[in-house]
Design a protein around this ligand. Structure first.
Ligand code: PRT
Ligand code: MG
Length: 221
């Protein structure tokens, strides 16, 4: 009997950018999660299914073995401690940058000298805390769950730590990026026990992803 394989993905950019990788491995979804409300999506293989979860929940489903593998942003993986997860591959998809941003005109360089205190709003408390600790800047951390760009405009904080890709959201809200913290891309995350038990079905898929990722990178150079 073929082992059942469950793959955890989030809707939106990760799903879109994962489809070509799955297709290269001969896996095709039978429904589009943006059109259907189903959270379990069948594929052309009876024993392979996709589950649609929030981006931040992907590592949790994989950690507990509810999914055998998934794809999650490095931002999400740093905030989730990655316990029990094997991260064999950077897929170089959903690329963006983790940045510090402030209201245009805010004098960040003088406000962020060692020993200063800043009010920082973010969805990424671990990344923000480490970044400012390295600079010797004290912070009051305000945890938000979305729309961080609003926070400095209404006086909730001095600075935000958020993801930036085109920069259009910052621009539209009269904000500017003042510091680059880390480049972000999405990684394959694998349940260690599942990889042992289902090696025969999982490893060939991982190998195809690896090959494709290398090919895409070489094409960029
Ligand atoms: O949106 P939702 O609240 O459901 O969850 P999510 O934001 O965690 O998921 P999703 O699908 O938006 O993002 C999934 C992953 O994509 C993230 O974990 C990142 O690794 C990656 N990614 C790549 C991004 C972006 N680019 C990105 N630009 N995630 C979010 N953004 C947001 C950013 O937070 C900001 O609000 O887009 C806005 C900025 O975009 P630009 O193009 O205007 O700069
Ligand atoms: Mg989002």
């Amino acid at each position: 009997m073929n082992a059942q394989l469950t793959i955890a993905l989030s809707k939106g950019r990760i799903y879109e950018e994962t489809l070509p990788l799955l297709a290269a491995a001969g896996i095709h979804a039978t429904e589009d999660p943006d059109k259907s409300r189903k959270l379990i999506i069948k594929t052309n293989h009876d024993n392979i299914r996709l589950i649609i979860v929030r981006a931040t929940d992907v590592p949790t489903y994989v950690q507990y073995g509810a999914a055998d593998f998934g794809i999650a942003g490095k931002d999400v993986l740093i905030e989730h401690n990655g316990k029990g997860l094997y991260q064999p591959l950077d897929l170089h998809i959903a690329n963006c940058r983790m940045m510090v941003a402030v209201r245009k005109g805010f004098n960040y360089s003088s406000a962020s000298q060692p020993g200063c205190r800043l009010r920082v709003a973010t969805k990424y408390p671990n990344i923000a805390a480490e970044h400012f600790a390295n600079k010797g800047v004290h912070i009051d951390l305000i945890k938000l769950y979305g729309s961080m760009e609003l926070a400095p405009l209404v006086g909730l904080c001095d600075a935000i730590v958020d993801l930036v890709s085109s920069g259009n959201t910052l621009k539209a809200n009269n904000l500017e990026a003042v510091e680059h913290i880390i480049d972000i891309s999405s990684r394959l995350v694998v349940n260690k026990a599942a990889l042992k038990l289902k090696y025969a079905i999982m490893q060939p898929i991982i190998d195809i992803f690896a090959k494709l990722t290398h090919l895409n990178l070489n094409n960029l150079i």
